[in-house]
Design a binder for this molecule. Structure first.
Ligand code: BMA
Length: 819
């Protein structure tokens, strides 16, 4: 096998006249892999699509057609040799021509294409063109042919196999990309090649087992017997492949295999699996994968509460501390392995042990799953189907089948891959969003979720759990979002209700819930230049995509925190409230373990600068929510929760070791006068939850607007005032602080004269690269905390104690409220 990558010399030209004057007839250098927006940006022909309201100016690109072309040097194919033009990904509707001959046509960005171009190759320069036509126009044509189906947002993304959020989402821009988005190469081979290699990995007792399924493609005239050499760590196997045999199944056992564990529960040993196909005299083809030995199941055995959804790894049931993942940049080809490493590391640092690759995005790159394997992050993979009814007719069915087969086979080797899921909110949409009337009997995708996709998983990747959708109730006749059965999404909080309503439900598994907040200040002000900058200024609004998003932010603050007039305070208040809301939900869900077996917050990351549910913004900055996640997902957690009509203290121990907790419980005034104090010692068994009754003397304040309840151990602390912030009589400026330069950054020593809630150093306001080690820290009267800030910037240290940088919840009481 000779692989010749064809990434050089590409040029891009608009293929229609319906483009702006400065682009019509122009040819510009093109990046491959890449996309039209990025090429035009690099040539200075468009404004950066993320800037202010540039997205609107670029709407013409939805309907544009493009031609990519290059010339590469090659020789004609020798007799008996195959020459395939292989595209790992084309976005999306394309015609591929080599030297004027049509090699093939495509309409699915989620799969690869292999075209036999033996007949078209010439000696010397070969002209390759890829002509893209508008994916939107294609989708509209399919819609006209098959009949329309309900979908969220403006465009019929459900009519073309292209990333749904390409067409805009409630956190994403409507910038419809086109381009050669994954590698392209010429593959020359003879005799045979490895068409597909599928390791089915299990553990039996202490033996790791790999059942390797290898599909071989032969040239028609090949007549020799071949050898397959399999190397797994120190274990080797050789299998003879008789001429013409297209499948081989081989078993390799690894006695005493080291087990792979999710982060927080053990190590992530990975074994190299190399497969080589040899002819009599030469190596014909090879592939390398990495596997890990573990078992992952989802326990759905009915119990006294209904039907659980408990992820079990190596026989150990785990509480899933999850986050939903969206494409990490709207322009997918900018997502490097390094960027993915940083993002997954940020997730792990917040104690996240599962990422759900959400159905409005893509099957991610190999790098993504490699990094998750290495870091011990479980992956829940949605098939890319979201918030819409999908036709079960051609061409959608055939394309979905082709992409699912390819991607199941591509990803199944990964130790981190925990489960396949049919799609996002499509079952819910049918049940609740008025689809049956709109569909009028047309197909909507049930066959995909109940037959096509589970059939493919069972055939190709039989050890992996398949779930038809999220949310999903595994009991016939029940609503997909039933709290007692399977998974649930809680969007009542945020859309209609305050976050206290998370406590109205005890779901078996909450696979989506979340609350919005703006991006970090440095991110916001780099991309949005409104003067004045307000939540309603035009560019800011262009980066707030949620329906009535600002209204929901305002209602979310109501009754809790002031609704500040000054933008800087609004920014802080809404970021803080986002973190509080999600932390509140997580603590509630964790307190119900094992009945509630997981929480997957919406959402970890962003794909452009936007007000969204994300914990990490598009410039990789940690929003206060990220720190909130890290607190709420900490392996050992103390939280006050209602049980019956009283509050109890819940101690959550996620470790595999018991927690010998020496507890101090006290009630004290904001000024630090202790009014009640008890000490006790309790052991919380591994991976379990202990509820502790509390004495009246702790629970009943003398002044409910000026006291807190505190539970402390060496590893965890819970602090709870008796009322909402707007009703508390706390000091609006309780902090004194000093900052100094240290190696690698700055230190800010903060002292609380009286109770200070959610102390934060918004360090990126001082230097865009500055990162603080902790945030949203409560300080009791008299406590001192040193915040460590990492930055390369040289600044006056006092900048970190500026009132717009060093903040706490209290200070919002000092600012004018617009209500
Ligand atoms: C859920 C998700 C996304 C959406 C989010 C916030 O429906 O699946 O579609 O972005 O809510 O509205």
């Amino acid at each position: 096998m000779i692989r010749q990558y064809l990434h050089d010399g590409w040029q891009l030209t608009a293929a229609t006249n319906e483009v702006p004057d400065n682009i019509r007839g122009r040819t510009v250098p093109a990046a491959v892999p890449g996309s039209t927006h990025l090429d035009l940006l690099a040539s200075g022909l468009i404004t950066d699509p993320f800037l202010d309201r540039a997205e609107e100016e670029l709407a013409w690109m939805h309907r544009a057609d493009w031609r990519y072309s290059t010339t590469f040097l090659a020789a004609t194919a020798r007799p008996g040799q195959r020459a395939d033009l292989v595209f790992d990904g084309l976005d999306t509707v394309a015609t591929v021509e080599l030297n004027g001959h049509v090699a093939g046509q495509t309409a699915n960005m989620h799969r690869g294409y292999r075209f036999d171009v033996r007949e078209f190759l010439v000696d010397g320069g070969n002209d390759l063109t890829v002509s893209f036509s508008s994916a939107l126009a294609h989708a509209e044509k399919v819609e006209a042919a098959l009949g329309s189906r309900p979908h969220v947002n403006a465009h019929p993304f459900n009519m073309v196999r292209k990333m749904a959020c390409s067409f805009g989402w409630d956190w994403g821009p409507d910038l419809q990309t086109a381009g050669i988005w994954r590698p392209v190469r010429l593959e020359r081979w003879h005799t045979a090649r490895l068409a597909r290699v599928r390791p089915i990995v299990t553990v039996a007792g202490t033996t790791g087992q790999v059942e390797l399924h290898v599909d071989i493609e032969w040239t028609p005239d090949a007549a020799e017997n071949l050898t397959l050499l399999i190397t797994l760590g120190a274990h080797k196997r050789t299998v003879i492949v008789p001429a013409g045999q297209t499948t081989v199944v081989a078993r390799v056992d690894v006695p005493g295999a080291e087990l792979w564990w999710p982060a927080g529960h053990g190590e992530q040993p990975l074994y190299n699996l190399d497969v080589v196909l040899r002819g009599e005299s030469e190596r014909l083809d090879s592939t390398a994968k990495r596997i890990g030995f573990r078992t992952i199941t989802v326990d759905t055995t009915p119990d006294e509460h209904g039907t659980p959804f408990t992820v079990v790894v190596n026989d150990r049931p785990l509480f899933v501390k999850g986050a939903n993942w969206i494409p990490d940049d709207h322009f997918l080809t900018r997502i490097t392995r390094e960027r993915l490493v940083r993002r997954v590391d940020q997730a792990v640092a917040a104690h996240v042990n599962l990422l759900r690759v959400w159905g409005g995005g893509i099957y991610e790159s190999d790098d993504f799953y490699d990094v998750c394997d290495e870091r011990g992050v479980l992956v829940w993979q949605d098939f890319p189907l979201a918030c819409a009814a999908y036709p079960e007719e051609e061409p959608i069915r055939g394309e979905l089948e082709a992409e699912a087969r390819e991607n199941v086979a591509r990803l199944m080797s990964h130790a981190s891959l925990a489960l396949w899921n049919g799609g996002n909110e499509n079952l819910w949409g049918f049940a609740d969003w008025g689809w049956p009337e709109q569909l009028d009997g047309r197909t909507w995708g049930l066959g995909h979720y109940d037959e096509l996709l589970p059939g493919i998983v069972a055939e190709l990747d039989p050890t992996r759990f398949y779930c038809p959708g999220s949310p999903y109730s595994p009991v016939d006749g029940l609503h997909p979002n039933d709290e007692d059965h399977g998974t649930r999404h809680d969007w009542h909080v945020w859309n209609e209700a305050g976050y206290e309503h998370y406590r109205d439900h005890v779901p078996r598994f909450c696979s989506e819930f979340g609350f919005q907040g703006p991006p970090a200040w440095a991110t916001l002000t780099r991309w949005i230049h409104d003067r004045p900058l307000t939540p309603d200024s035009p560019s800011f609004l262009a980066h707030q995509k949620a329906e009535d998003g600002n209204g929901k932010l305002a209602r979310g603050l109501a009754a809790r925190l002031p609704l500040p007039a000054r933008f800087e305070d609004w920014h802080w208040a809404t970021q803080l409230n986002q973190a509080r809301a999600v932390g509140f939900g997580i603590e509630h869900f964790r307190s119900w373990w094992p009945r509630t077996a997981g929480a997957i917050v919406w959402q970890l990351n962003d794909c452009w600068p936007v007000t969204s549910w994300a914990a990490i913004d598009s410039e990789e900055r940690l929003k206060p929510l990220w720190y909130g996640l890290r607190h709420a997902y900490a392996p050992r957690l103390l939280t006050f929760q209602p049980r019956g009509d009283r509050l109890v203290l819940v101690a959550v121990n996620d470790h595999d070791e018991p927690w010998d907790a020496h507890l101090t419980l006290d009630r004290q005034t904001f000024r630090g006068v202790t009014l009640h104090l008890t000490r006790l010692r309790r052991t919380v068994p591994p991976r379990s939850v202990l509820c502790l009754d509390l004495e009246d003397a702790l629970l009943q304040p003398a002044n409910d607007d000026a006291e807190v309840m505190v539970a402390t151990t060496a590893e965890a602390r819970a602090i709870l005032p008796f009322r909402e912030d707007v009703e508390l009589a706390y000091d609006p400026s309780p902090l004194t602080a000093q900052a100094q330069a240290v190696r690698g950054g700055y230190e800010v020593e903060v002292r609380a004269g009286s109770f200070a809630r959610d102390v934060a150093v918004l360090a990126d306001r001082v230097a865009p690269d500055a990162v603080v080690d902790d945030s949203l820290v409560p300080l009791l009267a008299g406590e001192v905390r040193v915040f460590h800030i990492r930055t390369d910037a040289v600044v006056d240290p006092a900048a970190f104690t500026d009132p717009l940088v060093l903040r706490c919840a209290n200070d919002l009481r000092a600012v004018p409220d617009v209500r």
